[in-house]
Design a protein. Structure first.
Length: 202
């Protein structure tokens, strides 16, 4: 199917999980690309699944997939968690080749008013809408279905990712007592690392 024939969809409001929009998600040491997962309300989830199923059926009749054998349960861009939550996963390449040059991609991010905001760090629990394309694929009789190709993200309610580095991220507040040096790092002296403390391996 030509790219112009891919169905473009804007998702309903949903809750974001595991956003990798600044740096690519990694799997076994290799970059997967930019990804974000989202869960939606029951009615929206059912409607979105119907849209994906209809698009796959349409693709099966396209000349590009003529004569192909499809799985009974093809990949549909979502999975069901143990608690019954349906989680959709949207992804896109973090880079691509053009004229022999590697081009780095950016996923456009917008705030609730539609203003670009690519500096924001989206965290789990943020309320988002996701623009994507439904891209059917067939690699083999055991590997086929549809991919939810990520185009852009709109943040309606932000829960900013803190990277786990702030005190608040761990539930700590301000108390009386020890205070770090002004640059925020603790100072170490030779006394802290005695020569007979053992080797350098941990």
């Amino acid at each position: 199917m030509a790219k112009s024939n891919f169905l473009k969809v804007t998702s309903p409001k949903g809750e974001a999980f595991y956003p990798y929009l600044k740096s690519p998600e990694m799997y076994e040491g290799n970059p997967v690309g930019f990804t974000i997962q989202a869960a939606f309300g029951k009615k929206d989830t059912e409607a979105l699944i119907k849209t994906l199923e209809a698009e796959l059926e349409r693709a099966k009749g396209a000349p590009a997939f003529k004569g192909k054998t499809w799985q009974k349960e093809p990949a549909m861009g979502y999975r069901e968690k143990q608690d019954g939550t349906i989680m959709f996963k949207f992804k896109t390449k973090h880079e691509y080749e053009r004229d022999g040059e590697t081009i780095k991609r950016k996923v456009p991010i917008f705030d609730a008013k539609g203003k670009p905001d690519n500096d924001v760090n989206i965290g789990n629990g943020s309320t988002v809408k996701i623009a994507f394309q439904v891209v059917p694929f067939w690699k083999s009789a055991r590997n086929n279905g549809v991919t939810l190709y990520l185009d852009a993200v709109q943040v309606l309610e932000l829960k900013e990712y803190a990277g786990g580095g702030s005190a608040g991220a761990y539930g700590f507040g301000e108390e009386e007592g020890y205070e770090a040096e002004p640059d925020g790092s603790e100072r170490f002296t030779d006394a802290d690392c005695p020569a007979d403390a053992g080797g350098g391996e941990f």
